[in-house]
Design a binder for this molecule. Structure first.
Ligand SMILES: [Zn+2]
Length: 145
């Protein structure tokens, strides 16, 4: 299996499993995210308590890349502090912009690093980044909550 096949598999697994796709009881914030160029539309829920993202989920519809990206992102930030999640957003968006990341930074992105190839598909970049921009907005809203 070459790398691109592995990446496709990660995207497929997350798109099929949909284990993060549901509403969230007791959510601190619910923030909508939209990528009109593709028709991706989500609502992201975060439950922030005692300085930790205790849980997160999303509802909505979209293409395989947007759905995989939001699901991978939720797995990554669950249990992290809002500051750590903001830093992961920064790293992910830098990766998609082709900015060089250290091996350590790439490792911290875990499965999200599998979406690096999207940066070579300009039409799909917004599909991959929309959930992360939504997370930035949700973290900002959670700070004010
Ligand atoms: Zn899309």
């Amino acid at each position: 299996m070459d790398l691109s096949e592995l990446y496709s598999q990660v995207i497929k697994d997350h798109n099929l499993s949909r284990h993060n796709r549901h509403g969230l009881e007791g959510a601190s914030v619910a923030v909508p995210g939209k990528n009109p160029s593709c028709g991706d539309e989500i609502e992201l829920f975060l439950k922030v308590k005692d300085g930790v993202i205790q849980d997160a989920s999303y509802t909505g519809e979209g293409c395989a890349i947007s759905q995989a990206s939001v699901s991978i992102m939720i797995d990554l930030v669950r249990g992290k502090t809002p500051e750590e999640a903001a830093e992961l957003c920064r790293l992910f968006l830098a990766m998609i912009r082709h900015e060089p990341l250290s091996r350590e930074e790439t490792r911290r992105l875990e499965e999200a690093a599998a979406l690096a190839g999207v940066s070579n598909m300009p039409a799909r970049v917004k599909c991959a980044t929309m959930p992360w921009h939504t997370l930035e907005a949700a973290l900002a809203a959670a700070r004010g909550a």
